[in-house]
Ligand binder design. Structure first.
Ligand code: SAH
Ligand code: SF4
Ligand code: F3S
Length: 438
């Protein structure tokens, strides 16, 4: 029934959502559906959504609003997946009555059946039940976004309940994927020619194999033994669960990139406590120092929130101070917005919007200077780069180095999909420029 149907998948949100969309595309391809070239030339539009900030939801609502016309004109089936689906459920159908299905992350395996039932019974459905066990959904290589670097989900959900965060309510409690299935997927990817693996989970440090009890360092060891792979990354790590053993694993197995995303959120102990993050700035710094001593070339990135309830200029200065001290290669910074069901939503959102904007601008412009200086230091050096394809502009190639910095470079031969040496010849705040060394 899905055979020959053209589907268009639109993904918002984090890497986990990108990987989920790859799973969903695989399910549909298996049923004989085909990818559509554009939304207006499709029979089925699937939107995978993100609820993490108010802005993400606003952006989605305006997108869904624009789909009404297409629904009326062409009768396209419209399916809403993801974190907004799980969080808003019936409310989403009330607001957008032309949606056909609302399916949360724990129910993706039921999507093909629900689509068939929809065609037969014309019945709208909301599938948002929780799942306690791990459900395996295989991915076809052609459903992956990249044929060089692959996402592999190792756990889902979060038990941390940071006071600002909606994720525990959209993804549920932590569930871990058996190490045996992870290794099977990774080996298949290596055989298919993938060079980089990014292990995904909201909270990868708490990974525990349900069959053997092995933790993340053991998983990293086993994956680094897989032949053919060049680079292994994992995200997201929680600072409170980042252990010495994990730092040792990063230092010991050469394929594990010397790169880590470690969300700090705030540099102020008072705010960290209100955020329920479970660490102090001193503890965070201790872990950074440990990492830098074991891996002197490590590239660090982080997430930061400005304008959390009661945040003062002094609290914000403490965030700036840590950013200065740590010298992250990249930061992802956000204005706080209250989210449904979270503990912080009960606090008064008392930092005025213009103050949040001002702090965000100051933080980002300081980081821009830091990045510019860090990038400049690489000019003249030759680094390994995984070429992800051609760059959007002109006839350059683009890729990333081990530190996950973007490199745009020229090459006389087609190096797409290859691991190569690139001599860095120039730099800017957001990327490096270079020439392939043959
Ligand atoms: N599991 C990951 C990712 C969580 S969501 C982690 O623990 O880091 C990604 C980022 O969005 C968070 O790190 C945080 O910086 C930001 N974020 C989450 N909730 C937010 C909110 N209510 N307002 C603003 N930013 C938020
Ligand atoms: Fe959200 Fe905190 Fe869990 Fe990350 S660790 S997903 S920020 S609750
Ligand atoms: Fe967004 Fe859900 Fe990811 S809320 S950040 S898509 S886990």
């Amino acid at each position: 029934m899905l055979k020959g149907k053209r589907f268009y998948l639109h993904t918002f949100g984090c890497q986990m959502n990108v990987n989920d969309s790859e799973h969903v595309a695989s399910l549909l391809l298996k049923e004989g559906a085909v990818p559509a070239v554009s939304p207006d030339k499709s029979d089925l539009i699937i939107i995978n959504t993100c609820a993490v900030r108010e802005k993400s939801v606003k952006k989605l609502f305006s997108y869904l609003g624009r789909l009404k016309q297409q629904k009326e004109r062409q009768g396209t089936l419209i399916v809403c997946l993801g974190c907004v689906a799980q969080l808003y459920r019936e409310k989403l159908l009330k607001k957008f009555p032309y949606l056909d299905l609302v399916v949360g992350p724990p129910q993706y395996q039921s999507l093909p059946a629900a689509l068939k039932a929809l065609e037969l019974e014309q019945q709208k459905k909301i599938l948002t039940g929780w799942e306690r066990r791990w459900v395996e959904l295989p991915i076809k290589d052609e459903a992956r976004e990249s044929q060089v670097s692959a996402y592999v989900t190792i756990m889902e959900g979060c038990n941390n309940f940071c006071s600002y965060c909606v994720v525990p309510f959209t993804r549920g409690r932590e569930r871990y994927r058996p190490m045996s299935s992870i290794l099977t997927e990774v080996k298949d990817l290596a055989t298919a020619g993938y060079l980089e693996i990014q292990l995904l989970g909201q909270n990868v440090n708490s990974y525990q194999d349900p069959e053997t009890g092995h933790r993340l360092p053991e998983l990293l060891k086993r994956i680094s033994e897989v032949e053919g792979l060049e680079w292994i990354r994992f995200l997201t790590s929680h600072p409170k669960d980042f252990t010495l053993e994990l730092a040792e694993a990063m230092a010991t197995y050469p394929k594990i990139c010397h790169q880590l995303h470690l969300p700090l959120q705030s540099g102020s102990n008072r705010i960290l406590k209100k955020m329920n993050r479970g660490y102090t700035r001193e503890e965070y710094l201790d872990k950074i120092n440990l990492l830098k001593s074991r891996l002197p070339d490590i590239s660090l990135s982080t997430d930061l929130i400005v304008g959390f309830p009661t945040e003062t200029e002094d609290d914000f200065q403490q965030t700036l101070e840590l950013v200065e001290k740590i010298q992250f290669t990249n930061i992802f910074s956000f204005r706080y917005s209250p989210r449904p069901l979270t503990a912080a939503a009960k606090m008064k959102d008392d930092v005025p919007e213009e103050v949040k904007i001002d702090r965000l601008i100051r933080l980002q412009s300081r980081q821009k200077e830091i990045q510019t200086a860090l990038h400049r230091k690489l000019v003249g050096k030759t680094v390994r780069v995984l070429c992800l394809g051609r760059s959007k502009r002109g006839n350059l190639f683009c890729g990333r180095n081990e530190g996950y910095q973007v490199v745009n470079f020229s090459s006389n031969t087609d190096v797409a999909g290859k691991m190569i040496q690139v001599k860095i010849t120039g730099s800017g705040p957001y990327s490096l420029q270079g020439e392939a060394v043959i």
